[in-house]
Design a protein around this ligand. Structure first.
Ligand code: TMP
Length: 254
């Protein structure tokens, strides 16, 4: 039993009240789901890996001035985050055709797109998170036109950062999903990257072999999910060694 107040429980994470106003604790579960939770399993160790990988990514983004909700990692499964008002959208950025884009438009998986494509999905489990147009988003007041411009800019900056980071360790960033939240600094509001960025929310292919190192391993029963996520963490240089110390710095793959 936790002594903290549970604020929200999702499919892969739990949010607890934080130690100070305006903060929350984000707990990473081992649960893996696919196809809107039609497929479910508990994968031992996934939460620990995603906590570490998301910390690494969010720290990197904070370091180049892309605002995120991440404050600091607290332990193996938890991180301290800024509380924000979530925008009810999933923002997907794509560099290479795969997944639902390939299916919807009949483009071969693996084909490089002419330019990064940003898509919006309305977060509603009952509806299966349908893709929506900017017209729907502004008409139904899920976000304003200014928010949408900011979200596209945010997603493209995250895409540039992530593409470079993964390319440096021999991984092709095919696509990814982010979520965003609104925070207020006095009278000013701004949008920050929230939720998590991990192999649960990205498509990551080994640049040489094309091997999948992301949640598609689970979605499509391609092998061991933990081996794939561990390989991502190892390449990024964030795997604890035998003594429990983290070996710093990414391992460059030539
Ligand atoms: P898609 O090709 O299935 O639309 O997925 C695009 C990207 O978004 C892919 O990297 C996986 C990620 N994603 C999530 O993180 N959560 C989701 O619920 C969905 C549908 C996709």
């Amino acid at each position: 039993m936790s002594r903290r107040r549970l604020v929200y429980e999702g499919k892969a994470k739990i949010l607890y009240e934080g130690p100070e106003p305006g903060t929350l604790i984000q707990y990473f579960k081992d649960d893996a789901t696919a196809n809107n939770a039609e497929k479910h399993a508990v994968v031992d160790g996934k939460g620990v890996l995603n906590n570490r990988i998301s910390e690494h990514v969010m720290n990197g983004l904070n370091g180049i001035g892309v605002p995120t909700h991440f404050i600091r990692r607290l332990n193996m499964r938890e991180q301290l985050i800024r509380s924000c008002e979530m925008i009810p959208l999933e923002i997907v950025a794509r560099n290479v055709a795969a997944g639902s884009l390939s299916k919807r438009l009949g483009i071969d998986e693996g084909e490089t797109l002419p330019r990064p494509i940003i898509e919006f999905y309305y977060k509603d489990d009952a509806l299966g998170d349908p893709m929506v147009a900017e017209e729907h988003i502004t008409a139904f007041n899920w976000a304003s036109q200014q928010d949408l411009d900011d979200l596209v800019a945010l997603a493209l900056r995250v895409n540039d950062f992530l593409s470079g980071m993964f390319m440096g360790v021999g991984i092709r960033l095919v696509d990814f999903k982010i979520e965003a939240g609104r925070i207020w600094d006095g009278d000013f509001q701004r949008l920050i990257v929230a939720d998590e960025i991990s192999p649960d929310s990205c498509r990551l292919w080994d640049m040489k072999s094309g091997e999948k190192l992301d949640k598609d391993v689970f979605r499509k029963d391609l092998g061991n999910l933990i081996d794939a996520y561990t390989e991502v963490a190892r390449r990024l240089g964030i795997m604890p060694d035998a003594s429990g110390n983290v070996v710093a710095g990414p391992k460059l793959v030539h």
